[in-house]
Design a protein around this ligand. Structure first.
Ligand code: CA
Length: 284
């Protein structure tokens, strides 16, 4: 702080923005170099902490033309830990649904360019089967029938409470994963998708938001080989700078936390293919 308020230091810094050659002694150059290095290091640490705190989960698509509602939903689902993509009309919604690995969608029926039902029909006819919840206007019962016929998994009548939408989306995610309950239990590992808590032998496990998301995705898809790319795609949304090496770091940390004695080996690495969660599931 003293450095920034000293006029001499400020002038050195100013010249340095034009190049290190302009400043005086070797000590000053070294000082500036160290200063810049520390500054960049601090910036990257802050960015990393922010990204870890704001962890994401399943990738959710919102297609809604009312800007205010769309933003509200976007904020709420981001806060719930979802990676959120949002579109304001049916065509954009279809584009996003085809371009990105969406896990679940909330689609308004009354949309410009392509109605919610047409959008759903096109998705289903091209073989995309992720769960879709339709938003319908009050009293349009024919919409509900058409929507369910077109392959919707659930619907909600406007106006609705966001809490109800969140609860239904969570239920759809569980149903899609073949889970009737919020808890997934494999041996000593108990993961609750609703409270986002993980217990190991009954004791609460401290996981960062991203560690949780990686573990949840692997456990929901237990027994399947999940590539690093798939894991990255489902954990970050399109605005996020991706780095698949980070996944390796999360997997390493999860292994240490879940299996400190290296006896369980809950996460297998399949060379060149990905990871697999492979503990026997408990019969609940
Ligand atoms: Ca609408």
């Amino acid at each position: 702080m003293e450095v920034a308020s000293s006029p001499r230091a400020v002038s050195i810094l100013h010249f340095d923005s034009l190049g290190l050659f302009y400043c005086g002694s070797l000590a000053a150059k070294l000082f500036l170099f160290l200063f810049l290095f520390l500054f960049l290091f601090l910036c990257s640490v802050i960015l990393m902490v922010v990204s870890l705190v704001s962890g994401r989960a399943m990738r959710l698509l919102i297609v809604e033309d009312e800007a205010e509602l769309r933003q509200q939903l976007q904020q709420r689902f981001k806060a719930e830990g979802y990676a959120v993509d949002a579109a304001a009309d049916g065509e954009e919604g279809l584009y996003l649904a085809r371009e990105y690995p969406i896990d679940i969608a909330v689609v308004d029926i009354g949309l410009p360019k392509l109605s919610g039902i047409e959008l759903l029909q096109q998705l289903r006819s091209s073989g995309q089967s992720f769960p879709v919840l339709l938003l319908t206007a009050r009293g349009r019962w024919q919409d509900k029938v058409d929507g369910l016929d077109a392959g919707a998994d659930d619907y909600l009548v406007k106006p609705f409470h966001i809490e109800e939408l969140v609860a239904r989306i969570k239920a759809l995610v569980r149903r899609a994963a073949g889970l009737s309950q919020a808890e997934i239990v494999f041996g000593p590992v108990n993961l609750n998708t609703s409270t986002q808590q993980v217990l190991l032998n009954g004791s609460s496990l401290e996981l960062t938001a991203y560690e949780y998301k990686v573990l949840e995705y692997l456990m929901v898809n237990a027994g399947q080989v999940i590539s690093k790319t798939v894991l990255t795609d489902h954990i970050y949304d399109q605005d996020f700078e991706r780095d698949s090496n980070v996944i390796e770091v999360f997997i390493g940390r999860l292994r240490r936390k879940l299996d400190p004695d290296n006896r369980l080996q809950p996460i297998e690495t399949l060379r060149g293919r990905g990871y697999r969660f492979s503990l026997p599931q408990d019969d609940a």
